[in-house]
Design a protein around this ligand. Sequence first.
Ligand SMILES: Nc1ncnc2c1ncn2[C@@H]1O[C@H](COP(=O)(O)OP(=O)(O)O)[C@@H](O)[C@H]1O
Ligand SMILES: O=C(O)[C@H](O)[C@@H](O)[C@H](O)[C@H](O)COP(=O)(O)O
Length: 191
Amino acid sequence: MNHDHQGVFCPAPSEPVAGPSSAFWVVVMGVSGCGKSAVAQLLAQTLGLPLIEGDDFHPPSNIDKMQRGIALADADRADWLLILGAELARCCDGAVLTCSALKRSYRNTLRSAVTDLRFVHLAISPAESLKRVAQRPGHFYPPSLVASQFEALQDPAGEPGVLCLAGDAALATLVQQAHVWLGRTNATCAE
Ligand SMILES: Nc1ncnc2c1ncn2[C@@H]1O[C@H](COP(=O)(O)OP(=O)(O)O)[C@@H](O)[C@H]1O
Ligand SMILES: O=C(O)[C@H](O)[C@@H](O)[C@H](O)[C@H](O)COP(=O)(O)O
C-alpha cells in the first residue's frame, strides 16, 4: 500500500521517471545527526530545487516507535521509502530529499522511482552523531537509537551516483562540494 503523509493514494511509477535533461534528483543521506537537513536545505536553495524532508513522511507509527526508543525495521521503512520515491517522481524538474537511506536496498527502492538518482552521503563518527542528536532539543529521535543507525548503515561508496563527504566539515564547504559534484556528473551519473 502506498499513501502519502495525508493518507492519499500515490501510485508508484512502474518505470523510473525521467525529467528534462537539466533535471536531477539528489538524496542527502546518512545516520541521524549527520547534517542531512542542514545541508539539504542549503543545497536546495543553491540549486533552486524543492526540498523534501524525509522525516515528514514517516507514518505516526514509525515516529511513535522511534520516540519509544525502538529502532525501525525493514518492514517499517518499506512503505515510507515508496512514498519518498513517489514524492521524488512528483517533482518533475528535480528535488533534494533528506533520507537516512541506510541500506543499499533502501537506496535501490528510491533509485527505482527516478532516473540517475544521486546520493550525497554525509559520513560522521558515532561519537559526533551522538553528540549532535543529544544536543537537538525537542526532536523525536532519541540518542539511545544512534548506535542502531550505525548497525544498519551500509556504506554507499562505490555505488553509482554517490558522493561521500566528511560530515564534520563546515556546512558551506559541504554544500559547495555537493554543488560542484552535481554539476560535474549531470547527465552522466557515472561515478
Ligand atoms: N557540518 C556541520 N557542522 C556542525 N554542525 C552541524 C553540521 N551539520 C549539521 N550540524 C548540526 O548538527 C545537528 C544535526 O543536524 P541535522 O541537519 O538535523 O542532521 P540530520 O538531518 O542528519 O539528522 C544540528 O544541530 C545541526 O545544526
Ligand atoms: O530510517 C530510520 O531509521 C529513520 O529515518 C532515521 O534514519 C532518521 O534518522 C530518524 O527519522 C531521525 O531523523 P533525522 O535523521 O533527521 O535525525
